[in-house]
Design a protein around this ligand. Sequence first.
Ligand SMILES: [Zn+2]
Length: 200
Amino acid sequence: MAKLYFFYGAMNSGKTTRILQCNYNYEEQGMRSIIMKPATDTKGQDKIVSRIGATKKVDYLISKDENIFDLVINEYGHVDLILVDEAQFLTTRQVNQLMDIVVDLDIPVMCYGLRTDFKGNDFPGSRRLLAISHELTEIKTICECGKKAMFNVRLVNGKVATEGESVAIDGEGVSYTVACSKCFKMKTRKKFDHPTTTYE
Ligand SMILES: [Zn+2]
């Protein structure tokens, strides 16, 4: 039976590299895998870009109101694997559609994404994936203090930013680093008992 997988981690944990490797492995075996990504992420536009420099054009950019189940049936027919990059930007409904693809079409779906944004708030896509995926795998990366990094810190011109839109992609003076819970709290002066999540 096919499964829905969610591989989650902080930024720069090597998620995209894994997608490219997985895609390559399938193709090498003569199997068909497609790579999708929500259109919200403008980094590399229709490409996925890994930290180690490898890039690949995605097969499909998913818009906010796309029905992914219908898309796969109408446009792709049978595929052996669906890979989704930046899955945190999916809507709750789209994650449910991925689950329908797994259950009804018996196609495995592997989603890769962030758990939280730079304010420590959850994303709708990841929240739903954490709730219903058959398998959850954390991709670990390290904070500068040596502990496991769980959070993303946004830097604007080298300074820690605590305000701004959830989606702001690298460039224009914006960059990201990762932090453990303690360093995240120290750097952002965030109080975890003051939730500010406002997603639908
Ligand atoms: Zn730390």
